[in-house]
Design a protein around this ligand. Structure first.
Ligand code: 6GU
Length: 315
């Protein structure tokens, strides 16, 4: 039988402690880089730096997306006077790839076993709040764990007492002190980020891999979600279970359509050409390319923000 997550995470952490240079192997902060946000790697100093592909670390999930391999990057972030050891998780395992929730949260647990105290999680997400625009950065202040509410949950199964309690609370999952710091950090960024607001919102976690239908988007909005995405919540739950402090950001990469599509009857479609009908249907249709494009433009702001925040954390 495979050993429990605590034993496997400890083995992976011990492997990393052995492999990484001594000055880097005790990171204080872990930063999870979401789709298109791998540029967060540029926040760390060029040296000392230690990179290792997930494939070389014991028990890590195998990536199912080719050419999209994941890696851990250990390095120093911040100024020369105040360098902070961090670890970046570039690429993550998603539930829609077929991984178990146990594997989706494995990297988080390895971070815990490396003594990481704070996790900053980023992702690309669809905007449901009509006040959001493409490219907005949204600080998460709560979530709707839709998969979890019906039992697809990272903590299902025998509780790993060495990580945390059986019934952990999540009402304080999104650390208020860190969120206050994030807003102060945002205010310190140079323009043009200064002119935009740092949004706050509630993230709905869905299994994917399809993007939502119009009706599903309206349902999620009605339930109180500001964003929808296919990651982050399992990692946040595993991090909170083991007592790590959490800060999470979504990059709003596309805005979900909240209006119903047209009826298919002749009276509604009267006078429309086929091209016009297709234009109506493709308006607001989510696609992977636009999700990646929005990431490119906003990634730099996200990098500056994360650097500013990490420099201000009171350890
Ligand atoms: Cl619209 N939906 C989901 N589930 N994930 C996304 C997204 C939408 N946009 C980026 N990621």
């Amino acid at each position: 039988a495979t050993p429990g997550a605590f034993v496997r995470a400890t083995e992976a952490a011990n492997f990393l402690l052995d492999a990484a240079p001594k000055e880097l192997c005790r990171p204080k902060v872990a930063i999870v880089c979401g789709s298109g946000l791998g540029g967060l790697q540029n926040t760390i100093q060029a040296s000392p730096k230690f990179e290792i592909p997930y494939a070389q670390i014991p028990h890590f999930p195998k990536s199912t997306v080719q050419g999209h391999e994941g890696k851990m990057v250990f390095g120093m972030l911040g100024t020369v006077q105040n360098p902070i050891p961090v670890v970046l998780l570039v690429g993550r395992a998603h539930f829609y790839e077929g991984h178990s929730m146990d594997l989706v949260t494995f990297a988080t647990r390895v971070c815990k076993r490396l003594n990481v105290g704070t996790m900053i999680v980023t992702n690309a997400a669809g905007g449901l709040n009509p006040d959001y625009s493409v490219g907005d950065i949204v600080l998460l202040n709560d979530h709707l764990n839709l998969a979890g509410l019906v039992g697809i949950h990272p903590l299902r199964g025998p509780n790993e007492e060495s990580f945390g309690v059986r019934f952990p609370p999540l009402s304080d999952a999104y650390d208020l002190a860190l969120r206050r710091l994030a807003h102060r950090a945002w205010a310190n960024l140079s323009p043009p980020s200064q002119k935009k607001t740092l949004q706050e919102g509630i993230y709905a976690f869905v299994g994917g891999p399809t993007y939502e239908t119009r009706a599903e988007c309206r349902m999620l909005r009605l339930l109180g979600a500001d964003l929808v995405g296919m990651s982050t919540v399992p990692e946040i739950i595993a991090a909170r279970h083991s007592g790590m402090r959490v800060l999470a950001f979504s990059l709003c990469t596309n805005c979900a359509v909240l209006e119903a599509g047209p009826r298919g009857d002749d009276a509604t479609l009267q006078g429309l050409s086929v091209a016009e009908m297709e234009a109506q249907l493709s308006k607001g249709k989510a696609n992977h390319e636009e999700v990646l494009d929005a990431g490119k433009a906003a990634a730099e702001t996200m990098q500056d923000l994360v650097r500013e925040i990490v420099g201000g954390i009171d350890f």
